[in-house]
Design a protein around this ligand. Structure first.
Ligand SMILES: Cc1cc2nc3c(=O)[nH]c(=O)nc-3n(C[C@H](O)[C@H](O)[C@H](O)COP(=O)(O)OP(=O)(O)OC[C@H]3O[C@@H](n4cnc5c(N)ncnc54)[C@H](O)[C@@H]3O)c2cc1C
Ligand SMILES: NC(=O)C1=CN([C@@H]2O[C@H](COP(=O)(O)OP(=O)(O)OC[C@H]3O[C@@H](n4cnc5c(N)ncnc54)[C@H](OP(=O)(O)O)[C@@H]3O)[C@@H](O)[C@H]2O)C=CC1
Length: 445
């Protein structure tokens, strides 16, 4: 979240938020305007910085992210001041998770997005009941076919050696983190949140995940409430647990605790009082194609904002690290263009949605309208799948590629990215497009 205030005399730009979006925005402003003073307000003592940035292809990017004391930024940019401001909202319960898990025998995970996908795979030594409201796992990221492809990994022993990480690496160095004595609201944890912590429960098992499909949590009972409920008096033998989750499919599970991984809510509350921001349905601050909110001189980027412009045919907002960086950078450029009286066009990075990540130890690349988002019935799918090796799905409309899901080491991302961007008519190729015996990269070169 960033504001540029004309009435401020000390700071021409004020950027709030020490995550990727805020820090990238502040850095860009500080280097573009070395003679102006810029302030970065952040609730946490540490800020997230990007290093080793590499443009892998036109839209896919690779970088490392480190959490560092804010003084590192101030040393690098003499005109940038970081102020750790007091914040009144948000929660800081995340740190308790590891401790509670270590003595847990069973947990219930609710939600079907990125965090749930990562958590159920990473947790060992503890039974996991995963309640999803859809027919397939991972609906926020993948389709039902891809879900079928990756689900055997939940039943298999976890490989000793994880897939090497070729992209963004996020670390939290506990030794360098200043001890503030209080737990302020930190940044969204980001991709490697589970790398440095032990996600092990009290049992001697690797994976034990049971998925309950098409259901939601209807009611949660404390142990005492449960014992007074009709469920207990009906003498159902559900065991003795600290908490019980009653699902909408009629089943009830006792567990040590429940993890709710049901998405993020933009933390706009502190900015609303006395202002007149347009809010989107998801409570994000609505921004136009210059990342500007409805309040003059106030810009927003990253998780806190909602893109309010007419998006390209192949782009959609997802609250991801990559988009936070791109938005932060572009917000800075827009703010600069505004005070310099220059025109600026929507950046190329908003042309095509692209995301590289890892689920269940598979490399996953998502491009464009990878789940045919917004295409209704007006599309066809081509799929190639080799069990345990790769899953390739292409979304076509009128013979032109609109999106793709690539799981495994397919090496197709760059070619597909180009085919989406150049909207070549692929109808003459039909199914041959995914023929594994054709070197498609060479073919379309
Ligand atoms: C567990 C988890 C795993 C994730 N994994 C991935 C992944 O694998 N890949 C991916 O691309 N994305 C992932 N994400 C999403 C990604 O981390 C976020 O989209 C991204 O970090 C958002 O960046 P941001 O700068 O907008 O917000 P944040 O990183 O949340 O930073 C917001 C900053 O603002 C500060 N702040 C908040 N309120 C105030 C206030 N009132 N005043 C001043 N400062 C304030 C906070 O302290 C923080 O420093 C994950 C998120 C989570 C939670
Ligand atoms: N590897 C990666 O790239 C990762 C990215 N992330 C990012 O971090 C952020 C937080 O992740 P996460 O919390 O998993 O959020 P996501 O937005 O990824 O997923 C939330 C999931 O919860 C479901 N849901 C919403 N409300 C309920 C409810 N009341 N009961 C049951 N299910 C519900 C949603 O369904 P529906 O969509 O139908 O509303 C969706 O499947 C996201 O921005 C995500 O993109 C997180 C982890 C890994």
């Amino acid at each position: 979240m960033a504001t540029a205030s004309q009435s401020e005399v000390q700071f021409r730009f004020v950027v709030a938020g020490g995550g990727i979006a805020g820090v990238t925005c502040a850095q860009q402003l500080a280097s573009q305007f070395p003679s102006l003073d810029i302030v970065l307000l952040t609730a946490a003592p540490m800020v997230k910085t990007v290093s080793n940035f590499r443009q892998v292809s036109k839209t896919l990017e690779d970088f490392e992210v480190e959490e560092q004391p804010s003084s590192v930024l101030e040393e690098k940019y003499p005109n940038l001041k970081v102020i750790q401001s007091a914040v009144t909202v948000l929660h800081a319960k995340q740190h308790e998770f590891q401790k509670r898990l270590s003595s847990a025998k069973r947990i219930v995970v609710v939600g079907n997005g990125g965090i749930a996908l990562e958590l159920v795979y990473e947790v060992e030594g503890c039974e996991v009941i995963w309640a999803v409201k859809d027919k397939a796992i991972g609906n926020a990221f993948i389709d039902a076919g891809a879900a079928q492809f990756i689900i055997p990994s939940l039943e298999a022993e976890k490989p000793k050696k994880a897939l090497p990480c070729k992209r963004t690496r996020y670390t939290t160095d506990k030794d360098t983190a200043p001890n503030t004595g209080s737990e302020g609201p930190g940044s969204a944890l980001g991709p490697d949140w589970h790398e440095s912590i032990s996600l092990r429960g009290a049992e001697q098992v690797s994976h034990r995940v049971h998925v309950e499909y098409e259901c939601e949590i209807e009611k949660v009972y404390s142990q005492q409430e449960f014992m007074q409920s009709p469920l207990y008096t009906q003498k159902t033998n559900l065991g003795v647990w600290p908490i019980y989750a009653q699902l909408s499919n009629g089943k009830t599970y006792g567990c040590d605790f429940i993890v709710s991984a049901t998405g993020v809510v933009p933390n706009t509350e502190p900015f609303l009082h006395g202002n007149n921001f347009d809010l989107a349905e998801d409570h994000g601050l609505k921004v136009d194609e210059h990342m500007q909110t409805s309040e003059p001189d106030v810009y927003a980027a990253g998780d806190v904002c909602t893109a309010g412009w007419e998006p390209s045919a192949f782009w959609q907002q997802m609250r991801l690290w990559t988009q936070a960086r791109q938005m932060g950078w572009y917000a800075a450029r827009s703010m600069a263009a505004d005070i310099l009286g220059e025109a600026i066009e929507l950046d190329f990075c908003f042309e095509l949605f692209s995301h590289i990540t890892k689920f269940f130890n598979y490399k996953v690349v998502l491009l464009g309208k990878f789940n045919a988002q917004g295409l209704g019935q007006d599309h066809e799918l081509l799929v190639r799948c080799t069990k345990g090796l790769e899953y390739v799905k292409v979304v076509l409309r009128g013979g032109r590629m609109m999106g793709a899901i690539l799981i495994g080491e397919t090496d197709l991302e760059e070619t597909f990215e180009n085919l989406i961007l150049n909207q070549m008519d692929l109808s003459p190729y039909g199914q041959e497009l995914l023929n594994p015996n054709i070197d498609i990269e060479d073919y379309f070169d």
